[in-house]
Design a protein around this ligand. Structure first.
Ligand SMILES: [Zn+2]
Ligand SMILES: [Zn+2]
Length: 161
């Protein structure tokens, strides 16, 4: 959002609203899709040398869990609080900072819940929803336990000889 400074009266907060197309702002990630427009609800307050711009960015998003790959639909609310120097300026372009708020708030790897069990590496089933027998099987055929048996046998042989 571009804020034209002469549109604001000094020390008089002004309410601002806007709607953005998330696609045009290049906000989507592999694991994050916007399901509707991005809404901005903000206040702008100009004082002698600074502009205080604060509010909320809200949107309906679809996020993909990094562990189980299930998609989660939720409403996100990203508050922001920005300050700008206004000396010798006619307008302030806040769009890049708003983009940054949204990008920095998005976790590096999104999880559907903190204790998500993820997918079974063997059969691919979602371990949050079902139990498979794969884990038990891997315990039995673990390469280390076989190695253990061989070592034990070698020891027994040498003690006999
Ligand atoms: Zn998950
Ligand atoms: Zn499995």
């Amino acid at each position: 959002m571009k804020i034209v400074l002469r549109d604001l009266n000094e020390d008089e907060p002004k309410e601002l609203q806007a709607e953005y197309n998330p696609k045009s702002l290049d906000l989507e990630f592999v694991d994050l899709k916007y399901e509707g427009p991005l809404h901005l609800q903000a206040m702008a307050l100009k004082s002698q040398k600074t502009l205080h711009f604060w509010g909320d960015l809200t949107a309906r998003v679809e996020e993909i869990c990094a562990r189980c790959l299930e998609s989660v639909h939720e409403d996100v609310d990203r508050p922001f609080d920005l300050f700008y120097e206004t000396e010798d300026k006619e307008e302030i372009d806040t769009l890049n900072d708003l983009r940054e708020v949204l990008i920095l708030e998005h976790p590096v790897s999104f999880l559907c819940r903190p204790d998500c069990k993820g997918l079974c590496p063997q059969c691919g089933c979602n371990l949050n929803l079902e139990k498979c027998g794969c884990h038990a099987k891997t315990q039995e055929t673990k390469p280390f336990s076989r190695l253990d048996q061989i070592v034990r046998r070698v020891k027994e042989d040498s003690s006999n000889g």
